[in-house]
Ligand binder design. Structure first.
Ligand code: FAD
Length: 466
């Protein structure tokens, strides 16, 4: 079965909610019922605000209800790039905040009585031990993060593939059922007092004045603060914002049962992600593989990508062959030019939480909580995101360039991986050659020794005779 992200998984816990048809004045209106909007709405309500959440379609219909559920610290961009942009100290604070996002999801999943699996393993496609040590040093010692370095042998004991080398293990990261979490979060938001309306698109906002106006097809609302959490679908209410995100589709696939073969190929039970952000996978339902790899800047057919997931699985775990795919789906997220999310105040009372990219579970949780605290408690840590301005993503040309960049990074990652494996093989050959040379030398030395002893014995014999 294949599906685009336009439906809700049958068993996802989704429920229908009404469209807004009556006028209402509240403290906060949140636009968009994905992970970001739901978290912000829930937190604001928990702090005592009256909150309305407006969703143009259904809760979690897009990325938020179709993700893989891997929750780990960090952002969609490598930490080194963040340091280059804002310096070490601010990067450390941003990293800490990204960890708060992980803690938030863990707590919310537990409040919603959802099962979770501990640990995420970030495996390296290349043999770069020094790089790993540097990264471990930075995350562990400098940022105080809970991380463990895994040597190649340990990685290959847990994942039977020669594709991966070293790894960083995040024991406090986790995975959840990504297609159910958003609905659990919606239930928690409602429990906190949030009123959610579906099929209610926000067509326009008027941010002027103390009481702002929000226009929907049937009614106009007034509020003190508006939180825009619409991701790439925000459209008319924030055209400028809309242009700052490059829509990026990601594809996921679930295999049929793989039985013992999978248990032999993979003993690690947490989520695995490669350091280039290309492949991400984990075991679900005991013996199925949940896999995500490709990204495109145009919406593609999920069933076509199911075929590419099969090939990818066969490439990484040849012992599994090309497994049958029982379900495939996709979702779209906004990728900003600098890769960091958009978090903060656009003007007085107008807030944005958007552009979470491929790592949206921890970051949307962090941003939702942060903006609620900013509005109600005056927390101004959102300013740490100010250097990551709203940069136009380049429209159609930007998407063409983005696609070229994605293909280039995939090819570059594949080439670097190949290089490492070739190096590893030639290193193994060199070790074997060296061993053979040592054996040859030892034999030659033994022969010389034996000759010498024979010669000495021969020299002694005439003396003995004399
Ligand atoms: C296949 C896939 C797998 C992923 N896996 C992971 C993963 O394992 N780990 C991870 O960290 N991240 C993952 N992500 C990324 C993560 O899912 C996203 O970054 C995150 O869900 C984005 O949340 P959001 O609330 O910003 O956006 P969305 O989920 O898009 O929600 C925004 C909502 O706003 C609504 N909206 C927009 N405009 C309006 C309007 N004008 N009026 C009313 N409503 C509006 C939309 O209808 C939508 O429902 C994955 C993404 C995909 C697609």
């Amino acid at each position: 079965m294949t599906s685009e992200a336009n439906g809700i998984a049958a068993d996802s816990g989704a429920q229908e909610r009404p469209r807004l048809k009556f006028k209402i004045d509240v403290d906060i209106v949140v636009v968009g019922a994905g992970l970001a909007g739901l978290t912000a709405a829930r937190e604001a309500a928990r702090m005592g605000a009256s909150v309305i959440l407006l969703e143009s379609r259904r809760v979690g219909w897009n990325a938020s209800g179709n993700n893989l559920g891997t929750v780990m610290p960090g952002y969609s961009v490598p930490v080194e790039e963040i340091i280059e942009r804002v310096g070490f100290e601010d990067t450390r604070d941003l990293w800490k905040m990204s960890e708060e996002g992980v803690d938030y999801v863990r707590a919310a999943a537990s409040d919603a009585a959802m099962p979770l699996t501990d640990g995420v393993l970030e495996v390296s496609n290349v043999d770069a031990g020094e790089q790993l040590i540097r990264r471990l040093q930075m995350l562990g010692s400098d940022f105080g993060s809970d991380v463990e370095g895994w040597q190649v042998d340990r990685v290959r004991e847990s994942l039977k593939t020669r594709r991966y080398f070293h790894a960083i293990h995040f024991p406090k990261a986790l995975s959840i059922d990504g297609r159910q979490y958003v609905h659990g979060l919606a239930a928690l938001a409602e429990k906190a007092g949030v009123r959610i309306f579906e099929n209610t698109p926000v067509l326009r906002v008027d941010p002027n004045g103390v009481r702002k106006r929000v226009y929907t097809p049937d009614v106009m609302l007034r509020c003190s603060d508006i939180i825009l959490a619409g991701n790439v679908h925000i459209g008319a209410p924030a055209q400028r914002l809309h242009g700052t995100m490059m829509p990026t589709w990601r594809y996921a696939a679930l295999t049929g049962p793989l039985g013992e073969d999978l248990a032999e190929a993979m003993t690690y039970r947490g989520a695995v992600t490669d350091s280039d952000g290309v492949d991400q996978f984990r075991i679900v339902d005991g013996d199925r593989l949940l896999w995500m790899s490709r990204e495109t800047t145009w919406q593609g057919d999920a069933s076509r990508h199911a075929r590419s997931a099969r090939s990818r699985i066969a490439t990484i775990f040849p012992q599994l062959g090309k497994p049958e795919i029982s379900e495939a789906w996709s979702g779209v997220y906004g990728q900003t030019v600098h890769g960091m999310p958009q978090v903060g105040q656009l003007r007085k009372g107008m807030w944005v939480i958007s552009g979470f990219g491929r790592q949206g579970l921890n970051t949307s949780a962090m941003a939702g909580q942060l903006v609620a605290r900013s509005i109600l408690w005056g927390d101004d840590r959102w300013r740490l995101f100010s250097p990551f301005e709203l940069v136009w993503a380049g429209g159609t040309a930007g998407r063409v360039a983005g696609q070229a960049f994605l293909s280039f990074s995939r090819k570059k990652s594949a080439a670097m991986g190949l290089l490492s494996r070739v190096r590893e093989r030639s290193q193994a050959r060199a070790v074997a050659r060296e061993r053979a040379r040592e054996i040859r030398l030892a034999k030659a030395k033994a022969r010389v020794e034996a000759d010498r002893e024979r010669a000495a014995a021969a020299m002694q014999r005439p003396n003995e005779n004399s």
